[in-house]
Every structure is written in structure tokens, then in C-alpha cells.
Design a protein around this ligand. Structure first.
Ligand SMILES: [Zn+2]
Length: 244
């Protein structure tokens, strides 16, 4: 009898332990379900930190480089660092043109070439953090104007540049439209603009293509680095990227 009551107590203790363990597990499941958004924020920030390390260790060609350190003659008019853009909102904390080293080198060569003709470049946008792409998409979720952040823009890879031509005094040359004019008039095959504007558009296109950049057919100002798909989408903030 004593023997069997010992066994009964043993079995009860085991059952209680199993019950406790199950309760603990279900508690954990609930916790993870309710805090899944926090967890993704945590893993995102870890990812960003990892990317910073990786970026600084990358070869020059793939690193984000400040164009000012490569060719200070290139003029900056970073529209998203001002309210003078199609969203009428300041989206960048500072005006910087950051590009992958390979693209920065190419752009510097284009500037040198144009200077021999008494001209130069003025850039409107270069690298754009993915979080800014998301913000743009929130304000204007229209793929005709803004790249869906799910797929990302080539600007998010630091491998695209928006720009125009300037004369030796830094004055913009006439182009078919203003920057970020999302109409047919901004398309490269639009031939209703003035002869001068079309000549300037052609000149910019030829200069950029000469150094490998690929023009976008719907925006006269946009060019991609030929190796854009080798570079990943980044979400590093402007402040964290070295100036030199
Ligand atoms: Zn662009």
C-alpha cells in the first residue's frame, strides 16, 4: 500500500511538472505573438548595425562615398534635403550626395569631361535610405512617381543619380522640364521641347553614357550605374556615413 501511494505521489508530481511546463510554453507563445513588431524592430536595428560594419569593410568600389571627397566641382542641389521637391517635405537631415565608389568615380570622370566643354554637373539626388523610400511611399503610394519600397529603388542601392547640366557659372542649362516633373514631357523621346532643351538633354545623356551610366527612358535626369544590381539595398542614415 505504501509502495503504491509513493508511486501515486510520484505520478502526480510528474503530471504537475508537465502542466507547469506547458503553461510556461503557451505563455511564451503569447509573448512572442504580442511582441512580434518589437522583435522585428530589434532585428532591423541589428541588421543596420551589421550593414554599417560591412559597408566600412567593403572595397572602395562598393562603399558609399561622399561625392565631395571625389570631385568637389560637382554642384549639389539635394532637393529632398529641402522642401523644394514634389512632396514639399524635407526628407533628408542633410544635403549629401553619396554613391557607391564605382559610380562616384564614373561621375567624377563625367564632370572632368564636361569641364573641357565649359560645363559641369549639378546633382539632385544620389543614395536614398530605404526608410526615406518608405516615407515617400506613405505620402504618395503611386508606382508612377515613387518606387515601391518592397522592391526598392536603385537610389536605395547608392547606384543611381539624378542630375542636370550647368554652365561655367553654375547656372542650370535649359532642359525639357524641371526636376521630378512626372509628365510625358520628361520622357527622353519627347520631342516637343525647345531645340536648345533637347540639345542639352542629348548632351547630358551622351556624356553620362560615355562613362557607362544607363539613362532611364521616362526621366531625363535619372541615370543608373551599369552594375546597380550587384549592390544591395541599404538603410544607413546620412549621419553615419563618413565624409572622407
Ligand atoms: Zn532618380
Amino acid at each position: 500500500m505504501i509502495y503504491s501511494s509513493r508511486w501515486t505521489r510520484f505520478i502526480i508530481v510528474i503530471l504537475l511538472l508537465i502542466l507547469l511546463l506547458e503553461f510556461h510554453n503557451s505563455d511564451n507563445r503569447l509573448m512572442s505573438a504580442s511582441s512580434s513588431s518589437n522583435q522585428s524592430v530589434l532585428s532591423n536595428s541589428f541588421f543596420t548595425t551589421a550593414k554599417i560594419l560591412v559597408t566600412s569593410q567593403l572595397p572602395y568600389e562598393a562603399r558609399l562615398i561622399d561625392i565631395g571627397s571625389v570631385n568637389p566641382n560637382i554642384i549639389l542641389d539635394i532637393r529632398y534635403a529641402t522642401e523644394n521637391n514634389f512632396l514639399h517635405r524635407k526628407l533628408y537631415p542633410m544635403a549629401r550626395c553619396l554613391l557607391r565608389g564605382a559610380a562616384a568615380k564614373r561621375l567624377s570622370q563625367v564632370q572632368d569631361y564636361l569641364e573641357t566643354k565649359g560645363l559641369g554637373l549639378k546633382v539632385f539626388d544620389c543614395y536614398r535610405p530605404l526608410s526615406v523610400q518608405r516615407l515617400m511611399w506613405e505620402v504618395l503610394p503611386d508606382p508612377r512617381y515613387v518606387a515601391n519600397p518592397e522592391r526598392g529603388s536603385r537610389h536605395n542601392r547608392g547606384a543611381a543619380v539624378d542630375l542636370t547640366l550647368v554652365d561655367s557659372n553654375g547656372k542650370e542649362l535649359e532642359m525639357p522640364t524641371d526636376y521630378d516633373d512626372f509628365t510625358k514631357q520628361a520622357h527622353r523621346d519627347y520631342n516637343g521641347a525647345s531645340a536648345e532643351a533637347m540639345r542639352n538633354r542629348q548632351l547630358l545623356e551622351e556624356a553620362m553614357q560615355q562613362y557607362g551610366f544607363i539613362p532611364l527612358s521616362t526621366e531625363w535626369w535619372h541615370f543608373d550605374d551599369p552594375d546597380w544590381n550587384k549592390f544591395s539595398i541599404l538603410d544607413l542614415s546620412f549621419e553615419k556615413i563618413p565624409f572622407k
